[in-house]
Design a protein around this ligand. Structure first.
Ligand code: CAA
Ligand code: NAI
Length: 738
């Protein structure tokens, strides 16, 4: 029976001390219930930790209380340490002694896990003597994704509880396990479909007074097996291979190793030592910045003042995709898996048949691999564009050809019911020009997916000058429904991602002209952490794609010789990509590109002696003398040209803030997450340093406009390089766009 007046007094006293806390109540006379209260995820802020310590002491001191339940408010146990506090001075009781207080208690403590038990949240639960989870709960130690390791005993308790191999896997990947898996692994003792708190209270009553000797995980010996050394060696190899330079996964393996080689107390010391190294690292800073950046992009705004919180999306139940090639197929799958009815249109009979088969295969594979819904019955195929008359939203994904897309938009404008949103998956064409083909240009936006569209998380949502806030909000919401991270960007050539790619690629070409090989440039970029170097990516996506665009822009002048061959509009130009295409070298699809492959469609890139000879002959023809270019120059020229364009994009109001650019580059272009994104990286290097190097390279190559520092980076550097969250204050508001 609760003693309400007393509880209120106790809780109010605690509240006086600190704002948020853990709420204490007594249930059925003998169970002390501690409820974490820190919406939205009950993160373990200083105040919550203080609350837990206070309420634990109270539960332990009350003679009527025989057992304790710890749970979280609003159906969420705990999302872990409060990440926002990491960059501030440490306040409140530390996590490790707080968890020891719970584990050492002489009354049984049961964790009632609903929603999530992540990071410090799971470590708190591991300090309890029993764990009961709701069947929908997710549990994990995702610290590695924040550049950390589970520093509140997770690396020492989890292997003791579930064994080294399973603990290593969970800790180094940071993945969330389902309640069923947690039960199977032995992380939780019971799973319920009903209230985990009610079940935990009942359970707590049943174990009151029983010995806790066998329930304190820190006292367990770490399970040993003869192949432990091999297990650690393999784990280390695996994280080194996949980490692309990230230090946290490697450090996680070292910390778990300590659980095997050291007694618990010493292992905890080692964990603390390793945690401190990670905590102050630039990588942890970058990953934590990125965690918030990925969430911040959903709070979009445009230069004209349209905003996420004042613009309402319209519901979309039925959508259409026009053009079922590489992209259209993936988009169809994504829409159907999100539960929408889809009309998939492809005018050529043969293509339509192929597309049907491909889409079915994709649905089946993602059902098998990720448990995605099969959703075959959500899709209706058609050869006629007339079939889209009653849909709420269309996504056009035909060839990247302005004339063709214009015709399609004219047709759609006539066929679709009034109010249908008309979207294009163009990689960079003018949204406004397409909008002008329709009767309702306010309904037109870009939805730029990335290949493969049903897998890649990024969606650039492009608003033109006439797109309505409602159209933008609807496309953003659709992206979310499809499980994408949607970033709103303004309308310009290439939008954000592809626009920044241009000067980056350009520098890579120039480096080849000056003496580098594709292998050298790629190696430098891969060592930096890119999943693939620029030339390997180019081979993968097809050299002909950029060639077509350059041809349409009048940049490709076949057979041009002398100085003019390498100059366009007064700026330096490298025709190397065009020359390869003229030879039919389109990359992987033709088995030859910047590298050679064993067959057309082959995946393994091998250096190609033909290409090296071709480069030598090209340099000789143009009077270029090859020189040895060091790693630093290759990296700086590629990255700083890309970053400079990023600043120009901010200045032009095409991206609302640096977070938008960083999320686009990490999710869409293989930028290493542990480096935060290009704009964050620029801040980490130092804006004055980036500026100084750009100035230097621009002096050496005055006819390369991409190296001319943009005025925003100058302005920021002149203002003592403010931290990234203050950059927006330095961006002049461009003219209204919406
Ligand atoms: N600290 C601070 N804020 C957090 C947080 C945390 N641990 N977890 C979530 N939030 C915030 C988010 O930033 C977001 O804030 P805004 O609304 O202002 O953007 C809000 O809570 C809701 O989060 P989501 O939008 O992500 O909500 P969701 O329902 O989609 O996901 C979640 C919930 C699965 C818990 C997800 O937020 C998540 O993965 N959180 C991080 C969990 C984590 O990594 N915990 C480990 C922390 S490190 C640690 O614990 C160290 C240690 O051992 C000592
Ligand atoms: P693709 O060549 O694989 O497919 C285009 C499809 O459109 C073909 O199946 C073609 O038959 C069909 N088509 C042509 N005219 C049509 C019409 N009038 N009605 C119906 N279908 C028609 O092209 P891909 O790669 O899928 O690209 C499509 C669009 O997506 C382009 O605008 C491209 O720039 C863009 N994009 C491509 C990416 C990629 O990596 N391939 C990435 C992001 C965007």
């Amino acid at each position: 029976v609760k003693d309400d007046a007393e509880e209120k007094k106790f809780n109010n006293n605690t509240k006086d001390l600190l704002d948020i806390m853990a709420f204490y109540s007594r249930v059925s006379g003998s169970v002390g219930v501690i409820t974490l209260q820190n919406p939205p995820v009950n993160a373990l802020s200083a105040a919550v930790r203080q609350g837990i310590v206070d309420t634990m002491h109270r539960a332990l001191s009350e003679p009527e209380v025989k057992s304790v339940v710890i749970c979280g408010q609003n159906g969420k146990f705990c999302g872990g340490a409060d990440i926002r506090e990491f960059r501030a001075n440490m306040r409140g009781p530390p996590l490790v002694p707080m968890i020891h207080l719970i584990e050492a208690a002489e009354k049984p403590v049961v964790a009632a896990i609903e929603g999530v038990a992540l990071g410090g949240g799971l470590e708190l639960a591991l300090g309890c003597h029993y764990r009961i989870a709701h069947s929908k709960a997710r549990l994990g130690l995702p610290e590695v994704t924040l550049g950390l390791l589970p520093g509140a005993g997770g690396t020492q308790r989890l292997p003791r509880l579930i064994g080294v191999p399973a603990a290593l896997e969970l800790i180094t990947t940071g993945r969330h396990a389902t309640a069923a898996e947690a039960l199977q692994l032995g992380i939780v003792d019971e799973v319920t479909d009903h209230s985990a708190v009610d079940a935990a209270v009942k359970f707590a009553q049943s174990v009151a007074g029983k010995s806790l000797d066998a329930r304190r995980i820190s006292t367990y010996p770490c399970p040993r097996s003869p192949d432990l050394a091999e297990i650690f060696e393999k784990a280390m190899q695996e994280v080194r291979r996949s980490a692309r330079g990230a230090i946290a996964p490697v450090t996680c393996v070292q910390a778990v190793h300590a659980s095997v080689t050291l007694p618990y107390a010493k292992g905890m010391e080692r964990e603390r030592e390793l945690f401190s190294t990670l905590f102050t690292s630039g990588q942890a800073h970058a990953l934590q910045y990125y965690f918030f950046a990925q969430r911040a992009v959903s709070r979009w705004s445009t230069p004209s003042g349209a905003r996420w919180d004042t613009s309402k999306p319209r519901p979309v139940h039925k959508a259409a995709v026009i053009g079922l090639g590489t992209m259209g197929r993936g988009i169809t799958v994504s829409l159907a898996q999100a539960g929408l009815s889809v009309v998939a249109v492809e005018t050529q009979e043969k293509q339509l048949l192929e597309a049907k088969q491909a889409v079915s295969g994709m649905l089946e594979r993602s059902a098998k691999r990720r448990g995605a819904p099969l959703a075959h019955d959500k899709i209706k195929y058609s050869c006629s564009i007339q079939a889209v008359a009653d849909v709420d939203l269309v996504i056009e994904a035909v060839f990247e050809d302005m004339a063709l897309k214009k015709t399609i938009f004219q047709q759609l404008s006539g066929i679709c019911k009034p109010g249908t949103f008309l979207c294009t998956n163009t990689s960079g064409l003018d949204i406004d020009e397409l909008a002008s083909q329709t009767q309702s240009p306010e309904l037109v936006v870009g939805m730029h997916f990335f290949a493969p569209a049903h897998v890649m998380k990024l969606l650039e949502v492009v608003y033109g000058p006439r797109s309505s806030p409602e159209a933008l909000a609807t496309a953003m919401e659709m992206g979310k429904k499809m499980g994408k991270v949607s970033v709103a960007v303004g309308n310009c050539r290439g939008f954000v991602g592809n626009r920044m790619l241009k000067p980056y690629l350009e520098q890579a070409f120039f480096l080849l002209e000056e003496g580098a090989t594709p292998e050298q440039v790629d190696q430098v970029l891969e060592e930096f952490g890119f999943a693939m170097g620029v030339f390997k990516v180019s081979d993968l996506s097809g050299l002909d794609v950029g060639w077509k665009v350059r041809k349409a822009d009048g940049l490709v002048v076949p057979g041009s010789t002398g100085k003019s061959a390498r100059i366009r509009g007064g700026s330096r130009y490298s025709p190397l990509g065009d020359l390869l295409c003229e030879q039919g070298r389109f990359g992987q699809k033709t088995g030859r590109g910047w590298y050679q492959y064993d067959k057309p469609g082959g995946r393994v890139a091998k250096p190609d002696p033909w290409l090296h000879g071709f480069l030598e002959e090209y340099r000789a023809r143009h009077g270029l003398v090859a020189r040895r270019i060091d790693h630093q120059e290759m990296l700086e020229r590629c990255l700083y040209a890309l970053i400079n364009e990023g600043f120009q994009i901010l200045q032009d109001g095409i991206a609302a803030g640096p977070e938008d650019i960083d999320v686009i580059y990490v999710l869409g272009y293989g930028w290493p997450r542990h480096r935060g994104g290009p704009m964050f990286y620029a801040g980490l290097v130092g804006l004055d340093k980036v500026l100084e190097r750009l100035e230097h390279y621009h002096q050496v190559y005055p006819n390369v406009s991409g190296l001319k520092p943009c005025s925003l980076i100058r302005k920021l550097a002149a203002s003592s390089s403010p931290p990234i969250h203050r950059w927006r204050e330095f961006i002049q508001k461009p003219r209204s766009q919406l």
